[in-house]
Write a protein that binds this ligand. Structure first.
Ligand code: FEO
Length: 397
């Protein structure tokens, strides 16, 4: 981990978290993450964002390798979630900047998080511009990307957009740029991140993309606060965000389930066979094996979700209930859903899942498919028929 100049006199001074495994319910066991912060050396030396509190000394040493902290003039808080502001009070106390720039909602969030009134906050909004000397910073509020306080900072002289959470990916790496890693992994992780973090705010993403277009911002580098910095694939990631936020899906299915004695698992496999026979690729994901956030990563471009649980104590198995709660909060749209599951006597689970799918505004073309005890050959044939009917419904969308 070393500072890196990303544009003339603009430095990455962030930290790499190789070992993080969970980010409030989002599993990062795949690749860890980074917390990016940026330092601009100009007449007014400016630090954009910080890192989690645990990493404050890493940030300190990164910045200190370039300047004395007391020589920094400004701090910009693009977002108050603690992965970007946890080290803010620590750095503030050593920098004592002349000004701290944040959005209107950022001012409130800073007060609510740090309970101090000595920060020299200057509230900025869309269209506001400050001069650092040779470079300027233009601000754009991006409410709900990812919190109400979020904003972008744009440096027109460098055509550089510091985008905070937007355009991020959770990948820890010793490298900083998009063209220094495997492109297919990079875009897969960008989509996975979008699906787990940004998805509920997709309509706002469309508005921000329109605002960026309308403002005519020339962008040749996007520096997010997580993962790689985009310099070679800028138009592609902007196009990808347009696609992600329109929730464009493929004729693909995710079958997610938990099982007690494998009856529901047998049903899951039979549904998969039916889907495949009708021309729809599918992925089978047992929740004992796959984390809920990895299922969401797969659902990102899948049109069909088939969800199964046996009935347990008159309800859904806990892993399935956990998945449904997580999934519902992310508000996927334009999907087809179906429920299935085995039962012994009361049989509520599949009906309960069906209800959740309807509440989450999935199209539910089929009634819940239920099997008492262990599925017979005929029961499995009915599950296959379910798969075929879902494939047909998806093909029509
Ligand atoms: Fe990376 Fe919303 O924080």
């Amino acid at each position: 981990m070393a500072v890196q100049e990303i544009k003339k006199n603009v430095y990455w001074v962030g930290t790499v978290d190789w070992n993080i495994r969970s980010f409030h319910g989002y599993s990062l066991a795949r690749r860890g993450t980074t917390y990016n912060a940026y330092l601009v050396l100009d007449d007014k030396i400016t630090l954009f964002d910080t890192v989690p509190e645990d990493f404050k000394w890493d940030l300190y040493h990164q910045v200190r390798s370039l300047v004395k902290l007391e020589d920094i003039d400004y701090m910009v808080v693009n977002h108050v979630e603690l992965d970007h502001s946890g080290a803010f009070p620590f750095m503030y106390d050593r920098i004592k900047p002349e000004k701290v720039f944040c959005s209107t909602m950022g001012e409130k969030a800073i007060a609510g998080h740090f309970h101090r009134d000595d920060f020299p906050l200057q509230v900025v909004g869309s269209g506001d511009e400050i001069s650092l000397g040779k470079k300027r910073v233009q601000f754009m509020e991006t409410r709900m990307l990812h919190w109400p306080d979020s904003m972008f900072s744009y440096i027109p002289e460098d055509k550089l957009l510091i985008s905070n959470d937007a355009f991020g990916q959770n990948i820890a790496s010793s490298r900083r740029f998009d063209d220094e890693t495997d492109k297919s992994v990079l875009f897969a992780e960008a989509r996975h991140y979008y699906a787990n973090i940004i998805l509920p705010y997709s309509q706002l993403v469309q508005k921000v993309l329109a605002k960026v277009k309308e403002a005519g911002l020339e962008i040749d580098m996007i520096a997010p606060d997580h993962g790689f910095i985009w310099r070679s694939y800028v138009p592609e990631i902007i196009r990808a965000y347009d696609e992600y936020s329109r929730q464009v899906t493929k004729n693909k299915a995710v079958i997610v389930y938990d099982s007690m004695w494998k009856s529901t698992e047998k049903m899951a496999k039979a549904v998969g066979e039916g889907l495949f026979e009708a021309g729809t690729d599918y992925r089978l994901m047992a929740l004992k094996t796959y984390h809920h956030s990895d299922v969401i990563g797969e659902l990102a471009d899948s049109r069909i979700l088939v969800c199964g649980s046996p009935t347990h104590n008159n309800g859904i198995l806990p892993l399935v209930a956990d998945f449904l709660t997580y999934m519902k909060g992310l508000k996927p749209v334009g999907r087809i859903g179906a429920a299935f599951g085995s039962y012994g006597w009361s049989g509520e689970a599949a009906k309960d899942i069906h209800k959740v799918l309807q509440e989450a505004k999935f199209e539910t073309p089929a009634d819940p498919t239920r099997v008492k005890h262990v599925p017979t050959h005929e029961d499995l044939a009915a599950c296959k028929e379910l798969g075929k009917s879902l494939a047909a419904a998806a093909a029509e969308k």
